[in-house]
Design a protein around this ligand. Sequence first.
Ligand SMILES: C[S@@+](CC[C@H](N)C(=O)[O-])C[C@H]1O[C@@H](n2cnc3c(N)ncnc32)[C@H](O)[C@@H]1O
Length: 201
Amino acid sequence: MSYKLRDTYYKKAKQQGYRSRAAYKLLELQERFRIFKTGQLIVDLGAAPGGWIQVAAKLVGPSGKVLGVDLQPIEAFHQRNIIVIQGDITATETEQRIMEYLGRPADSVISDLAPKLTGIRDTDEAHSLELNRTAMEVANRLLRAGGSFLIKSFVSEELRIFSAELEKQFGSVQRTRPDASRKGSSEIYFFAKDYQPRLQG
Ligand SMILES: C[S@@+](CC[C@H](N)C(=O)[O-])C[C@H]1O[C@@H](n2cnc3c(N)ncnc32)[C@H](O)[C@@H]1O
């Protein structure tokens, strides 16, 4: 049997109607960091197929809004508090489209972005870090003061530098690895809160 079919979270996601097993990571992260509150405006970077969108949309409720963006098309949702956009987050025009839909700064930017893996460790780490820096720049332009930023990263030698960059712009930065992360995966998540635009630089 393939890893996928044996995987508890994959099976659970199928049974509970989540589009991806990643939903369980976000549920754990919410439990730990209390990221979402009713009525909030959330931007989800690298959102396909949409497991995180489902979790976030439920937690912010009908008075909130979740805008998901991905290179891949995301199948439309019937909920009115969800907007999906297909686009490359590294392109200025994608960011402009996000801003038009938002209408006001976001309360939280969440990023589960992951580059296409080559299998060459150094190359994959470099791509991931580059993508994360872009996500951080995008978050800087989209967030309201006091807002929060959740981002997936992979263990690498550069991680401390990335963490220090986050600390320059946010009042607090915590990191964790959810139980739902696949065994053997080197992913970790940073949760940065209390965005302070004036401290940028
Ligand atoms: C791990 S998946 C996200 C899973 C998602 N959080 C969920 O719950 O279903 C990572 C996503 O990042 C997207 N991605 C990678 N580079 C991107 C880019 N430059 N712009 C937009 N999306 C990107 C990939 O297409 C992929 O769908």
